[in-house]
Design a protein around this ligand. Structure first.
Ligand SMILES: [Zn+2]
Length: 301
């Protein structure tokens, strides 16, 4: 049995012209329910505005919540910020924070949204409005739930926003493995970055992860790991550029959970990126990732 955070309003009707697959969050939940896996569902609250403003520029928070995001920022985000988009942008950080709190109690929990790692202080970017990882990290630290934490970001795109928002905070360690040639063109500086060449395969990827993850854990001594488990490093991902197989992604997730368990560190996972014309295929990659993490955590899915 494992703990899963989901809100029905994660899955909203995509605003006109949005390339982001908003529906996948609902499909992930549906597929998880149909899988017969044994989990307890938790519904998150919206992240209270002061926690958004603690990480983002309050003027930008106001733009999002009053549906007045300038056209230029919406272009950078990749879709218009409508009322349902603004609502889910406030729910997802609430979900990531709740998953982290559940992980502190139960060892593992997953959020079916989140991983909005490109969002910056004064603007969203790359399909990300608010940076749930940085917001949840800040709140966990500020409220004393943890003293130190590690963000492991294995989405194929660099966690540039998270790195910038948490830069200089010694108690929050950011670790990103990503495609060298992938978005964002100009990379930020995480505490530990590994950039991989196009078409990196399972073996090379897993070697890299196995070599660097223990280093990140040693250097950060975290009380919790927040894991951005994007599946866009898959060979068939539309935006990926890497060449991982289904088995490679599963091995990746097992490796991450094994490292956390060996070190006795709770882990909360968030969904992250995954793109393709076949939304069902992407959905199943996310579902398999959550079930793999649950299984490897010892919480039989
Ligand atoms: Zn991505």
């Amino acid at each position: 049995m494992f703990h899963l955070v989901h809100h029905p309003d994660y899955a909203v009707a995509a605003p006109p012209g949005s390339p982001y697959p908003f529906g996948k969050h609902g499909m992930v939940m549906l597929a998880l329910r149909e899988s017969g896996a044994d989990f307890v569902e938790h519904v998150p609250d919206s992240m209270p505005r002061p926690w958004l403003e603690a990480v983002h520029d309050p003027a930008y928070v106001a733009e999002v919540l009053s549906l007045a995001v300038p056209r230029e920022k919406e272009r950078r985000i990749g879709f218009p910020v409508t009322d349902v988009v603004a609502r889910r942008s406030q729910l997802a950080p609430g979900g990531t924070w709740l998953a982290a709190r559940l992980a502190l109690t139960h060892g593992f929990a997953a959020n079916t949204a989140g991983g909005s790692h490109h969002a910056l202080a004064d603007s969203g970017a790359g399909y990300c409005v608010f940076n749930d990882l940085a917001i949840a990290a800040h709140r966990l630290l500020a409220e004393g739930d943890v003293r130190r934490l590690l963000i492991v970001d294995l989405d194929v795109h660099q966690g540039d926003g998270t790195a910038m928002l948490l830069a200089g905070r010694e108690e929050a360690f950011t670790f990103s493995i990503h495609g060298e040639k992938n978005f964002p063109a100009r990379k930020a500086s995480s505490d530990l970055d590994v950039a991989l060449p196009d078409r990196t395969d399972d073996a090379a990827y897993l070697d890299t992860l196995a070599a660097h993850l223990p280093l990140a854990i040693d250097r950060s001594h975290p009380d919790i790991i927040l894991y951005q488990a994007g599946v866009d490093s898959h060979a068939e991902d539309r935006l990926g550029r890497l060449a991982l197989s289904d088995a490679g992604l599963e091995a990746r997730d097992r490796l991450v959970m094994a490292a956390a368990q060996t070190a006795g560190i709770p882990l909360a996972s968030v969904l992250g990126g995954g793109y393709g014309r076949d939304v069902m295929a992407v959905t199943h990659r996310h579902v398999r990732s959550i079930l793999t993490l649950a299984d490897a955590s010892g919480a039989r899915p």
